[in-house]
Design a protein around this ligand. Structure first.
Ligand code: GAP
Length: 441
């Protein structure tokens, strides 16, 4: 099989679609925009929620050994001192003395050449730039009032380890999962929502007896890779890559990345790391609290080791969009369609009265009311039916339900399937069952 190759043209197509259809807007656009910060519009927020819901379902709901958490975003310096982030969560930063551009040294193709102005040997010495956002709590600034916006959701899990252990009746091996915003003052944000300063993570810390750590590392590597495949990512565009020793984070003894073939090449969606007992030991030493586990069966007390699958929700949503984007020629026209897995599709159904005429409205509302409790549904009565189908194809809606003048007579609607464009006439009393069978819920 030949190696798949990146498609650079796809990037602009998907970004255009997301703006045109209300997935993602540049933040503070009416004030000229705020670089690399984005807002999720009416369609984007649904996609993002569905990505997070699919993760939560697989990581928490369907498991007896993982519980959830929603910890605070703000935390005091002590947390980040113990975690090592104050000392180590840095990127090497160089400035070009010719054009003043700022770059991450470790991301440069040639460490002596500025990619902005192409001059050689014009970089300053590298400075270590801490990526955490610092602010202050309360009206007084300065020492003693500093707080940090979390750069990862993970630490809120470690600092709550004892609370969860005591209240959840779980014992190792067990996990704590969390979804939420994280903040990093990235030097070079970019590639749309791929790398931003404010983003959402989906992280799980799985606490295991030390002797079982290697087996659980393998388990979570496989499980997490499979999650993307199950949600429709093509296998050829997905790979698991083990980190080289010099790539490992300060806390990790082994990490594998799930990578997707983005339009600019292979890049990270998620890291699965063996964090050992680093975090619990650091927080136990710094706080003076016991963060270990006493196994009554063996009479042994130990600090659990941790396997961490850490994914980006916003980044993953973008990858699902890219993987789902398709163009095909239909009757000499190009049809754009998002072939999203049904679970990820922003709307599952759209109710489209053929005309805006008052005679159709009550029945169209009746259909909308019949489906809206079970499925996220759109209701659209403007423009030609062709244009409305095209819009629903572009936002990935699996089923369009057309209410026409015959509906008033035969109490049936036309249901059009997104990928095949095939249409079925379905009677209203069968509609819910018809959709449930095909949407899988
Ligand atoms: N707790 C471990 C941790 O945070 P990470 O590899 O730095 O590990 C995990 O982050 C995931 O979070 C990444 O794989 C990526 O999907 C997402 N992520 C990290 N930085 C990001 C950024 N600046 N913008 C968008 N997503 C980001």
């Amino acid at each position: 099989m030949s190696e798949p190759s990146a498609d650079p043209a796809l990037f602009d197509r998907v970004v255009n679609l997301t703006k045109r259809r209300g997935f993602v807007f540049g933040s503070s656009e009416i004030y000229g925009g705020f670089r690399s910060t984005y807002d999720y519009g009416p369609i984007g927020v649904l996609l993002l929620r569905n990505v997070k819901e699919a993760w939560w379902r697989s990581m928490v709901q369907l498991r007896h050994d993982v519980v959830g958490l929603d910890a605070a975003i703000l935390s005091p310096p002590a947390v980040w001192e113990a975690s090592g982030h104050l000392a180590n969560f840095t990127d090497p930063l160089v400035d070009c003395t010719n054009c003043q551009a700022r770059h991450r040294l470790d991301k440069l193709e040639d460490p002596n050449v500025c990619p902005t102005c192409e001059s050689k040997g014009t970089f300053t010495e590298a400075r270590h730039f801490n990526l955490m956002f610092k602010t202050h709590a309360g009206p007084v600034e300065g020492k003693g009032h500093e707080v940090y916006l979390r750069p990862e959701t993970a630490q809120g899990i470690f600092t709550n380890f004892a609370n969860v252990l005591q209240t959840s009746r779980k014992k190792p091996p067990f996990g704590i999962a969390q979804i939420g915003k994280s903040f990093r003052n990235e030097i070079t944000p970019g590639n749309f929502v791929f790398r931003t300063r404010e983003f959402e993570q989906m992280e799980m810390e799985f606490f295991v007896p030390p002797a079982e750590v290697d087996q659980w590392y393998q388990y979570w590597r496989d499980q997490r890779f499979q999650w993307y495949l199950d949600l429709g990512m093509p296998e050829a565009s997905l790979r698991l890559r083990d980190h080289e020793a010099d790539e490992l984070s300060h806390y990790s003894s082994a990490t594998a990345d799930v990578e997707y073939l983005f339009p600019w090449g292979w890049d990270e969606l998620e890291g699965i790391a063996n964090r050992g007992d680093y975090d619990l030991t650091q927080h136990a030493n710094a706080s003076g609290e016991k963060l270990d586990y006493f196994d009554q069966a063996s009479g042994e007390r130990y600090t659990p080791h941790v396997i961490e699958p850490a994914a980006g929700a916003t980044r993953t949503a973008m990858a699902f969009l890219m993987a789902a984007y398709d163009e095909e020629t239909v009757n000499d026209d190009t049809r754009t369609v998002l072939r999203l897995d049904h679970r990820l599709a922003p709307y599952k159904v759209a109710v489209l009265p053929l005309s805006k005429k008052d005679t159709l409205t009550p029945t169209a509302h009746e259909v909308f009311d019949a489906v809206k409790g079970r499925w996220m549904a759109d209701y659209d009565e403007t423009q030609s039916i062709g244009k409305r189908y095209a819009r629903q194809d572009e936002i990935g809606t699996p089923f369009c339900i057309t209410v026409d003048f015959d509906t008033l007579e035969d109490r049936a609607v036309t249901v059009r399937e997104r990928d095949s464009r095939e249409q079925d006439r379905v009677s209203l009393d069968q509609l819910e069952g018809y959709l449930a069978e095909r949407l899988g819920s």
